[in-house]
Write a protein that binds this ligand. Sequence first.
Ligand code: AN7
Length: 359
Amino acid sequence: MNYQGVIKRYRQHLPVTKNTPIITLQEGNTPLLLSKSLSKIVGQKVEVYLKYEGLNPTGSFKDRGMTVAVSKAKEDGVAAVICASTGNTSASAAAYAAIASLQCVVLIPKGAIALGKLAQALIHGPKVIAIDGNFDDCLKLVREITAEYPITLVNSLNPNRIEGQKTAAFEICDVLGVAPDYHFIPVGNAGNITAYWKGYQEYKQLGKITRLPKICGFQAEGAAPIVRKKIVKKPQTVASAIKIGNPASWEKAEAARDESGGLIDIVSDQEIISAYKFLAVKEGIFVEPASAASVAGLLKMAKQGFFKNEILGRQAGEIRIVCVLTGHGLKDPDCAIAAIKKPKTLAVNLKAVVKEIGL
Ligand code: AN7
């Protein structure tokens, strides 16, 4: 049968019954690409894979969680869903609410979400409210609203979101045949790191994998509350998706880090943009800046010699590292344009164009 989305694919692992209407855009089943250039940089005996979540229907990993959250909301008979968002959650919620014929409300920080995400939220028809505050302010508001009124929260505080998102860990293990040794991931509100760790642990309990990966999360330097062990009141970063100062799943991210023997560290905006350009130029993959945080983290650790001891004594290709690329580059066209030199304009003149090409 044709692929029909993560609920059909992994239904025995998800909180659905035969009464659950399946609201899907056939999310999931995303590519796991071997990156030759990153493998070479990190070490001879290393295989670096990129889980390209930007190829989900609305262009980010949020769709995996949203199919489950919105299906369950529909099953529960609610009329409306609501979320706060740095952009991708709102794009996904709006699209899934549209096919479920549910009302949708999204609260976004004014002027702080990337252009593509704003376009997505608006076009799918939810009620979009820009808040004169940051993401953390928006999330606080939707938590207060959903505590009082009959409207379902579809941020990752909703456990159904985590359930859906854990399927990405299943896919990685199903493709590799084993769990990776390391799993690199950007951390914002910390739902996704929580979901991957849950997915890997469940697969181990089921005997589908025999060992677990070390989870390595990365926050942007100006928005790194978990690393700094302190709420960041005014988070700042070029990676607007992870511009979050008080993550909802803070403790769960720490648990994923500590139980797996991994780490959560910082990458600077400069390191993020450098990894962003690297992926585009060397691998032909266009991601949004937040997604490049996982690769920026990998490059930073490789530079520090972190993998040297791991590599000693191993066979070629024995160390597998997965970096999650959470969202598509087209989400944030302004960032790409700002990061690259503007093209030169010439007259319609063959000689001049040939000269400029350098032929
Ligand atoms: C591309 O859309 O929080 O740590 O409101 O869009 O699970 O929050 C987005 C987060 C990484 C961080 N990469 O994931 C939102 C939102 C991209 C993202 C993250 C986000 P979490």
